[in-house]
Design a protein around this ligand. Structure first.
Ligand code: NCD
Length: 324
């Protein structure tokens, strides 16, 4: 038996993005998530957050992210309050900062924030004495999604590194906070990462990839076959129809035929290729229904991983005496 590796202690008070986490810190989350998965399996809540109030404050629609945060918090015995922004004072013009102060005065210890504008969780963190978790801000970051994707992928591959693993992220990269967070975690674990989509939806990424340090291996292509060739994992992204400005795409049908992930397109990938999707899916657009529901699909495993991974994050943040 090999001894468990020594990890540095967790030092963060907030989880705003994954780009500030070292590989060791990412492993801390993954190790804790594996323990939490066993807790979920046993079905007996832990006491880690007993007496603390976790508030989910979602300014955008969400099913899996909000519900899995709430289940995760309850599994740690927290009191959970879910603010329905549509019926809250936000609709009367209350600012984000006023809302944060109000929730703090009402005893919130942890705020889980989703907002359509990039950067709002950082603003919240500056005005809140407790812990803040970014549950998705604008096009910018979605750290817990990237962590659960990493947890799911490593679990399926049965390894703790992505050295030698080709991963393709395909679709609407431009509007994707999921992709922007996954870029950090996947490359930190050594994946060879390919970003693929129509020119209008990958713009900016090539210039960005060119200035990355050489150990972060990122390639950008508009040719799906190039991205899928020999790939071990393919992550399809939702075409964010609510965020498309007019003129970015000729038509949905054309998009689906050029960039949709189908069994036939996957024939050039590794024979054991797995397929991820953060959901919600537009089946028949970015992913064919038989791929989404087929044996290569990790979609359900990703959703299930949301609970232990978010339990791990909540536990680490609240037990740390961290700074940032
Ligand atoms: C994503 C999101 O909201 O960023 N979904 C999720 O959290 N699972 C991706 C998306 O909306 O396409």
């Amino acid at each position: 038996m090999t001894a468990a590796p020594q990890r540095p202690p967790w030092r963060h008070r907030h989880l705003l993005d994954v780009d500030v986490l070292s590989v060791d810190e990412l492993h801390l989350v993954l190790d804790r998530a594996a323990l939490m998965a066993a807790v979920v399996e046993r079905g007996t809540p832990l006491d880690a957050l007993r007496g603390r109030r976790v508030v989910t404050l979602f300014h955008e629609p969400s099913t899996r992210t909000r519900v899995s945060f709430e289940i995760a918090a309850r599994n740690l015995s927290a009191d959970v309050t879910s603010v329905n922004v549509a019926t809250s004072s936000v609709t009367k013009g209350e600012s984000v900062v006023d809302t944060v102060r109000t929730l703090e005065a009402l005893g919130a210890a942890v705020l889980v924030v989703r907002h359509g504008r990039s950067g709002v969780p950082w603003l919240v963190a500056r005005h809140f004495r407790g812990n803040v978790v970014n549950a998705g801000d604008g096009w910018h970051a979605h750290p817990t999604q990237a962590l659960l994707d990493l947890f799911t992928l490593l679990g399926r591959l049965g390894t703790d590194t992505l050295d030698g693993v080709k991963v393709a992220i395909v679709g609407d990269l431009l509007h994707s906070r999921v992709a922007r967070s996954n870029l950090w975690t996947l490359t930190a674990f050594g994946a060879e990462l390919w970003l693929c989509g129509p020119p209008t939806l990958v713009r900016g990424f090539a210039a960005w990839a060119a200035v990355l340090p050489p150990e972060r291996r990122v390639r950008v292509t508009t040719e799906l076959d190039e991205a899928l060739d020999g790939a071990h994992a393919v992550m399809a992204l939702r075409l964010q129809q609510e965020r498309q400005q007019s003129g970015l795409l000729p038509s949905l049908r054309e998009y689906a035929s050029r960039y949709g992930i189908t069994e036939r397109r996957l024939e050039i990938s590794d024979r054991d290729v797995v397929v991820l999707h953060p959901g919600p899916m537009n089946e028949g657009v970015e992913i064919a229904p038989d791929v989404a529901a087929g044996p290569r699909s990790l979609v359900t495993a990703q959703v299930a991983a949301g609970v232990p991974v978010r339990m791990a994050v909540l536990a680490l943040l609240t037990e740390a005496g961290g700074d940032a």
